[in-house]
Structures are given as C-alpha cells and as structure tokens.
Write a new protein. Structure first.
Length: 177
C-alpha cells in the first residue's frame, strides 16, 4: 500500500484514540500504514496517535497526537482529506470522495504554509510550484466511486516550522479537512 512509510524492524502499527485524560484505546491497526476509523459521530473532535511494534513485541512510544474533527453540520462537502505532518516529514493524505457520481480522474491541490518541499512520493503524480503542490491520479487509482478513498503519500523537506496545509481542493472544489 503506502510503500516508503515502513521502517526496518517494524512488523505492525496500532492506531489509538486518545481520550482527554491521555488514555489510549486501540481502534485498529495491522501491517499496512493506513487505517479507516469507523463509527465516529459527525461534527465531533477526535484525537488519534499511532504506535509501532517490532517482531520481539516491543512497542514504540505513541506518535504526536493528531487532532481531527469529523465532517458534518456545515453543508455538503465534495471531498474530505486527512493528513499527518508530525515532527518527521512524511506526509500522508487520504482523499475520500463524498460526492454522488463517480470521479474519473482527480487532482488534489494544497499550499504549504512554511516553505516545505515535496522530495518524493507514492500513489500519485506530483508537481510543486513555490508553495503550491498538485497531486494527480495514477491509472490504477484514477476512478473513485462515491464513498471511496485513495491514500497518497510523500516525503518532504522543511525548515524549523512544519505546520500542515489548511486548505485543499479536489478538481477545483474545496475539500473539508
């Protein structure tokens, strides 16, 4: 799936929901580097973290928490994206098609706010002009049925700051993030 995110010695990942008191509750995981969390309430904040496991059963400390808010309550969205721009700079973006008709080809766009640069990636063609990044579908993932998702990833370079992008577009329309 998302080749390039795996690290030597890691045999699996666990996704955890983080409670207000810091308690971690496992909500999924496995050997792939992405997971879809289901059963979430619309227009609700959630926080997640990831741990890695090795063959000996050792578990890494949790990743920095990722705070998200589920879509809902603000009108229809044509897409939804989620990403992880933590202290290491490997980015992953999941595009979920929330429209009602299939998409045959897609183009995702965003601007980096602090001079970040994409240096390599997977599951999409990429180009960057200044702060603006464009990711386009490959032949194998160009068709998205309503409700379907595709995950793309990249490695990047950054300066002292690494804030995530705040807005995304899909085929020119605004995405809920």
């Amino acid at each position: 799936m998302a080749r390039g995110l795996r690290h030597p010695g890691v045999t699996g990942y666990d996704v955890h929901r983080v409670a207000a008191d810091g308690t971690l509750t496992r909500v999924g995981g496995g050997t792939v580097t992405s997971h879809t969390v289901t059963g979430l309430e619309p227009d609700t904040p959630y926080t997640f973290a990831v741990t890695a496991r090795d063959a000996a059963g050792n578990v890494s400390p949790p990743s920095p928490p990722l705070a998200v808010r589920t879509a809902g309550g603000t009108g229809p969205a044509t897409c939804r994206v989620a990403g992880d721009w933590s202290s290491g700079f490997t980015g992953e973006v999941r595009i979920t098609h929330t429209g009602t008709a299939p998409l045959d080809g897609w183009e995702l766009g965003w601007d980096f706010p602090a001079g970040q640069r994409v240096t390599q990636g997977w599951s999409a063609n990429r180009s960057q002009q200044g702060a603006s990044v464009t990711a386009t579908a490959l032949d194998r993932n160009r068709r998205l049925a309503p409700g379907a998702s595709v995950t793309i990833g990249f490695n990047g370079s950054r300066g002292a700051q690494n804030p995530p992008p705040t807005a995304f577009t899909l085929n020119g329309g605004t995405c809920a993030a």
